[in-house]
Design a protein around this ligand. Structure first.
Ligand code: IMP
Ligand code: MG
Length: 183
């Protein structure tokens, strides 16, 4: 697929992300204090790097599970229609659960997945998003914990993609177009 050429300007360094995750892990340990086990659910694919770093910072008995939901396809705009492509392997009824998302943008994805998980009656269900773009919100939702609030920029890296590219960057960067669409 032809695409407009772009460069990536660093927005949040790997070091800054790591420091923030240490703080978030302490807050999560405090919030779930006394829980026998925490089920950490990653929303694929964007959260895979974040969840990997986050669970290694949390000093608790942890199980990891994954779900995949989609609202974007390969475009830069949300479709507002959320579909579940992959459901959990495990049951969460009566369990302590933390849902991990990469970015909350319009909020449709988080709201939809949260509502779905609530119907399964977990004991406790909280959410964490690495990034939040509050200025883009279309539905009233906020993650329990947020890594960084960012302006309305399209970002990539640290698990987050632009049409499946740039997930492997160690930092968060913003996409800046440098030319017109190639033929
Ligand atoms: P929402 O349903 O509009 O909140 O969209 C959330 C999902 O859109 C995130 O999990 C990301 O996969 C994707 N998304 C939102 N903003 C960006 C971005 O700046 N870069 C890459 N993906 C994004
Ligand atoms: Mg996503």
């Amino acid at each position: 697929m032809p695409h407009r050429p772009y460069v990536i300007d660093q927005m949040i360094s790997a070091k800054t992300i790591a420091a923030r995750i240490e703080d978030l892990a302490r807050e999560i340990e405090q919030a779930y204090k006394g829980c026998e086990k925490l089920i950490v659910i990653g929303l694929l694919r964007g959260s895979f790097v974040f969840i990997a770093d986050l669970v290694r910072e949390i000093d608790m008995n942890i199980e990891v599970d994954f779900m995949e939901a989609t609202s974007y396809g390969d475009s830069m705009e949300s479709s507002r229609e959320v579909r579940i492509l992959k459901d959990l392997r495990g049951k969460i009824r009566g369990k302590d659960v933390l849902l991990v998302e990469d970015i909350v943008d319009t909020g449709f994805t988080l709201k939809h997945v949260l509502a779905l998980l609530q119907t399964r009656n977990p004991r406790r269900l909280e959410t964490i998003a690495l990034l939040d773009k509050p200025s883009r919100r279309e539905v009233d939702i906020k993650a329990t914990w947020t890594g960084f609030e960012i302006p309305d920029e399209f970002v990539v890296g640290y698990g987050i993609d632009f049409a499946q590219r740039n997930r492997n960057l160690a930092y968060i960067g913003k996409v800046r177009f440098t030319g017109e669409e190639a033929e």
